[in-house]
Design a protein around this ligand. Structure first.
Ligand code: SF4
Ligand code: MG
Length: 329
């Protein structure tokens, strides 16, 4: 079946003075209207780079895409004419980032910034664009939008600035919204409010939402499916419920064990020992093997393929079945 968005066997390399880092190694995922895919991983796992490749905002060079496809409604963004590609990326797919303050221009009113693409790309009059900006501010639940449309970014709280960013991203009615760590800079209460807002917008506008995060706890309530990334690969993919109930990869288990839980009575949180690998000199075999509590000798020599576990679940661990059975020691 054709998906709204599909990344297919994507590879991305960074050419650096010290050599070639293979930062994305055959990533595939898909997204349909009205659903939320969380892409989870530590910094350097490739979750943002994949999104940047979708948006066409990788620095090229040093980044190169040696192979792969990024299909939007069945058409490959990497192969279509530049003009068409710009259309898709500016209108159909929008992205918001972690740091709303630095992404907003301090010298222009927020309403002006929200409506900028409407004036410059959609050719809307100033008056209509301002009216639309107020609607968008309402839609992202900024109180008293009409009174605040001429206010400047510094007059808004961090959470409200992130709402302004979301309003900007929604201006062209995108079908796909990519949110890269949208709440990392915010405190916990505000994080939950922004996540709720994104979930509501996704439902109301029937958008596909990609939530990129390092924090499994943040996406639990809003994601439909989760793709867990490690060293440029998706090492586990599953619906949220299955993944929480029984992770099929030791790395996912480590992430789950390190989420603070309200019901844990002062027990110490486990953290995953060790550091993410240096992609200029990745480990042999399974990239997670230096940190894996279950490592066996085969893991150090043979790279696990992504194993199909049924019902859309995959795991790239030699012992995925044993993980699911609970018999891996
Ligand atoms: Fe651990 Fe081996 Fe599975 Fe890699 S393949 S996650 S090292 S058990
Ligand atoms: Mg990132």
């Amino acid at each position: 079946a054709q998906h709204l968005l599909e990344v297919k066997d994507l590879f991305v390399e960074f050419h650096t003075r010290d050599g070639v880092a293979r930062v994305i190694n055959g990533v595939s995922y898909h997204l349909d209207p009205g659903e939320t895919l969380a892409v989870l991983g530590e910094s350097g796992s490739g979750k943002s780079v994949t999104a940047q490749a979708i948006m066409g905002i990788l620095d090229m060079p040093p980044a190169k895409i040696p192979s792969g496809q990024i299909l939007y409604k069945g058409e490959d963004l990497l192969a279509m004419p530049e003009e068409k590609r710009r259309q898709v990326r500016g209108k159909e797919i929008a992205m918001i980032f972690q740091d709303a303050l630095s992404a907003l221009n301090p010298v222009f009113p927020v309403g002006w910034q929200i409506s900028e693409t409407l004036r410059t790309r959609a050719g809307m009059s100033k008056k209509d664009a301002t009216r639309r900006a107020i609607e968008l501010m309402d839609q992202v639940k900024i109180p008293a939008a009409k009174a605040r449309v001429k206010d400047y970014p510094h007059q808004f709280s961090g959470g409200m600035r992130q709402r302004v960013m979301i309003a900007m991203a929604l201006a062209m009615d995108p079908k796909v919204l990519i949110a890269d760590e949208p709440t990392t800079a915010l405190d916990v209460t505000v994080q939950a409010q922004i996540m709720d807002l994104l979930a509501d917008l996704r439902r109301d506008l029937n958008m596909g939402l990609i939530l990129i995060t390092h924090d499994l706890g943040v996406v639990a309530d809003v994601a439909d499916r989760i793709a867990v990334m490690y060293a440029g690969r998706i090492i586990e993919h599953a619906d949220v419920h299955s993944l929480y109930k029984s992770p099929a990869h030791p790395y996912t288990q480590g992430l789950l064990d390190s989420i603070p839980r309200l019901d844990s009575k002062g027990t110490e949180l486990a953290t995953i020992k060790g550091l993410p690998p240096n992609l200029l000199r990745p480990p042999t075999g399974c990239a997670f093997h230096p940190r894996c509590p279950y490592v066996k000798s085969v893991c150090t020599t043979s790279t696990p393929r992504s194993l199909d576990l049924g019902h859309g679940r995959t795991s790239a661990c030699h012992f995925a079945k044993e993980m699911l059975d609970g018999t891996l020691r």
